[in-house]
Ligand binder design. Sequence first.
Ligand SMILES: Nc1ncnc2c1ncn2[C@@H]1O[C@H](COP(=O)(O)OP(=O)(O)OP(=O)(O)O)[C@@H](O)[C@H]1O
Ligand SMILES: [Mg+2]
Length: 253
Amino acid sequence: MEKDTLYVAFSTQKGGVGKTAFTVLAASYLHYVKGYDVAVVDCDFPQYSINAMRKRDAEQIGTDEYYKRLAYEQFKALNKRAYPILCSKPENAVQTADEFLESADTKPDVVFFDLPGTVGNAGVLKSIANMDYVFTPIIADRIVLESCLSFADAVNKNLVGKDGIRLKALCLFWNKVDGREKTDLYQIFEQAINELELPLMKTFIPDTKRYNKELSGDKRAVFRSTLFPADRRLVKGSNLEELINELLETIKL
Ligand SMILES: Nc1ncnc2c1ncn2[C@@H]1O[C@H](COP(=O)(O)OP(=O)(O)OP(=O)(O)O)[C@@H](O)[C@H]1O
Ligand SMILES: [Mg+2]
């Protein structure tokens, strides 16, 4: 029997910690490398940054012979199309996905949602309650972390596992870790995370410039694209593959 489509969001209260980056990286990796079918709901109103990235990606492929060939080879081998990106107001995110599934020929295995920060936005909270899983990037900055943890704690205590709530778990993961190893500071922060009984992923993501590498005219390896997965050469040392594998275990796909 066909499995139900999972709804997954990278979400947090704060901006600039990696929601959009990981939505694209995870979607492209699962869709183009791991053999899953994916859809993305972009709720980044009004700029719709993932949808805008898809337009840039498509333009690059249209004008650059190197990427054109790469795309041709990839889609021929995969024998499927790029994943759809649906734009939606944050408060209608789930409805947008539900309607898409009703009319889709092949139901995706996962829908990723790029929701905006939650501060003062009841619509976003409603959408979060209707995810299957939420992954929350955190960074080792006391002020940012405090805000992220209070959000995560509230979601974990008030929503996860409650009657009529779809959300099964919220998992934190460290992003933008400076250096190859986590310093003592992280231990102190992790103690606070433990005390709140919040799940924390084993994998942490280093702070590295490749997280900003998009398709560009210079034909170098791409990391972030809606039409290609992160390049293997750049995935090495980024911990992206490890994060994706841990995510797949968590959502039991
Ligand atoms: N591990 C990392 N190393 C270096 N840069 C990173 C890393 N993760 C994310 N970034 C960069 O940090 C910036 C913010 O990331 P992103 O846009 O994904 O955050 P966001 O949570 O979606 O923010 P917003 O709330 O504004 O939508 C981007 O320029 C992104 O490329
Ligand atoms: Mg964003």
